[in-house]
Design a protein around this ligand. Structure first.
Ligand code: SAM
Length: 297
């Protein structure tokens, strides 16, 4: 394994933070060594200084993407954190389906989608909810945007193909039978629902420019990797693209309390529900989520 020295560590951590926001404290040398040594060797570099120079001067952006891929942690599972999914099933999903029937447009963002389990878990829940109402067509009015910075995670998400380990992490057997087809050693997610999720590469450091605002954002288990200043900026951008009374869900180990006062914080069992506060005029043309009984679970 290639060893990293102190000045090289400064160069590499700055490069990584500049390109994907991942903030490495002191003493994380092993992380860079273990995740980037092979790539450095593959590109013919004999030191991290050389590797940093190569990355910095790579006009194609391909090496940068591979470094980001190697440094991001794409850990995820189906229906991750039970209370969050209980909240979604009992409160948010019924309200969103109702809204889909009334106003015709519901927008959801899975903002660090990794290999797709979060977006597909939500799709299954929405599909079951719509069918229970005898209105499967409601899904036509719901768009899930799923984004991630990692090219390889996104490719896996789009393929919707999971191996035996991934499929068994949190997915109830009955849902596996209903929504997945076995293909050799893999399980492939229902094509009809898969095509309803729009996957896109997106860096949370970039400006959030969307032609619409969102009813629900899941931005889970990603702020843990970011600096305080990045968290503050990211929560402000998330608030700006949420509808008044829209909900932001974070991972169980994450909190926006110290970084934003744009949200009212409530609880549903162990889940923290961050609801965008209403300031000034409401979103014209839409009923707000609260009017529909959606916010403040
Ligand atoms: C631990 S996974 C979380 C997956 C899922 N949200 C969940 O809760 O199970 C974190 C994801 O954030 C992505 N990520 C890291 N930095 C990012 C950035 N700056 N912009 C967008 N996505 C990023 C990683 O590629 C990774 O797939």
């Amino acid at each position: 394994m290639l060893k990293i020295n102190a000045p090289e560590y400064v160069l590499m951590t700055r490069y990584i933070e500049a390109h994907c926001g991942i903030h490495l404290e002191k003493d994380k040398e092993y992380l860079i060594e273990s995740r980037l040594s092979d790539l450095a060797a593959e590109t013919g570099c004999r030191s991290f200084q050389e590797f940093h120079f190569k990355a910095r001067t790579d006009a194609t952006g391909r090496l940068r993407d591979r470094i980001i891929d190697a440094m991001t942690t794409n850990e995820t599972s189906w229906f991750r954190d039970q209370s969050v999914w209980e909240y979604l099933e009992a409160t948010a999903v019924p309200a969103l389906l109702e809204q889909a029937g009334r106003t015709g447009a519901v927008r959801i963002w899975s903002a660090a989608a990794a290999t797709g389990q979060e977006a597909y878990s939500l799709m299954m829940m929405l599909d079951e909810g719509a069918r229970r109402r005898g209105a499967p067509w409601l899904l036509d009015n719901i768009e899930i945007l799923a984004t991630d910075i990692s090219t390889t995670a996104l490719a896996a998400a789009m393929a919707g193909r999971y191996d035996a380990i991934a499929i068994n992490r949190g997915l109830p057997e009955e849902k596996r039978r209903k929504y997945f087809t076995r293909q050799e050693q893999s399980w492939v997610f229902d094509e009809r629902l898969r095509n309803r999720v729009r996957f896109k590469k997106f860096n949370l450091q970039d400006p959030f420019i969307f032609p619409f605002s969102f009813d629900l954002i899941l931005c889970r288990y990603v702020s843990i990797y970011f600096s305080e200043s990045f968290k503050r900026a990211m929560f402000a951008k998330l608030a700006a693209v949420l509808k008044p009374d829209g909900v932001l869900l974070l991972g169980a180990t994450e909190s926006l309390r110290e970084f934003s006062d744009d949200f009212a914080i409530t609880y549903y069992k162990n889940a923290v529900i961050n609801t965008k506060k209403i300031r000034g005029l409401k979103d014209p043309g839409h009923g707000t989520a609260k009017e529909m009984g959606y916010g403040y679970g």
